[in-house]
Design a protein. Structure first.
Length: 244
């Protein structure tokens, strides 16, 4: 199971939000410095989020992203504000990420999302952010009436790079990963997608829980870790070791 350190970008800086709340922000400084640190500690892929982009509905921090990709020298995926084909091309071809994460538009424009996956096979990840297993959109500002599993089910059979599942109730709260979230992750993996867990991974024990689930369901392929790395309750090195 791969460990993906998260670098969330706002105003060109590396920040963390609590539960996606833009009013609960902590600034952690230079994202290039963070990228170098995570790679030195053993990261094999970075998870980048354009928080300004998520709010604006278009990529905003793509120049910083291009610098991170060049500095890191490992594959990087990016989400936040991807609403059209132009944004996908900009991020893949100019910023240099290897995967683009689409969330809101997969719920609101399913035909468009299918067309993009067919046009960019293996390069589009489906980002599902959920509260109480219901899909949240628009940078988590709205919670829909669509169950996460139903959103994913309509895309079974497409060449999706991964489903990235975030329980936003846990994200940035440093409370650990709960059994209900692991149940959701396993259910998504059983649809046939590679699944990456996001939100709530706080300690090595959380990584061990996910790794145990991944032994039974090998399509649970990764875990994104954010605030816990910045607060120091876990390191990339210890997470990678626990995932093995």
């Amino acid at each position: 199971m791969e460990i993906l350190p998260a670098i969330d970008l706002r105003g060109g800086q590396c920040v963390r939000l609590r539960q996606g709340d833009y009013n609960q922000e902590t600034v952690f400084g230079d994202p290039l410095e963070m990228a170098r640190r995570f790679v030195a500690e053993g990261a094999t892929r970075l998870h980048l989020v354009d928080l300004d982009g998520a709010k604006a509905g278009r990529p905003v921090n793509h120049e910083v992203v291009r610098s991170i990709v060049a500095t890191a020298g490992i594959p990087c995926e990016l989400g936040g504000g991807v609403r059209d084909e132009g944004a996908i091309r900009l991020l893949l071809e100019t910023a240099g990420v290897d995967r683009v994460i689409v969330g809101t538009q997969a719920l609101k424009q399913p035909d468009w999302f299918r067309a993009m996956v067919e046009k960019f096979p293996g390069q589009i990840a489906l980002g599902i952010d959920a509260r109480d297993s219901m899909v949240a959109t628009e940078g988590w500002l709205d919670v829909s009436q669509t169950p996460a599993i139903e959103l994913a089910r309509q895309y079974v059979g497409l060449d999706i790079a991964a489903v990235i599942y975030t329980n936003i109730a846990n994200d940035g709260m440093m409370q650990g990963i709960d059994a209900a979230t692991i149940g959701d992750l396993v259910a998504l993996a059983r649809l046939g997608f590679p699944v990456i867990a996001s939100g709530g991974v706080t300690t090595v024990d959380d990584v061990r829980k996910l790794a145990a689930a991944a032994r039974d369901e090998p399509r649970l392929v990764g875990a994104i870790i954010g605030r816990a790395l910045y607060e120091g309750t876990i390191t990339v090195t210890s997470a990678v070791a626990a995932a093995k």
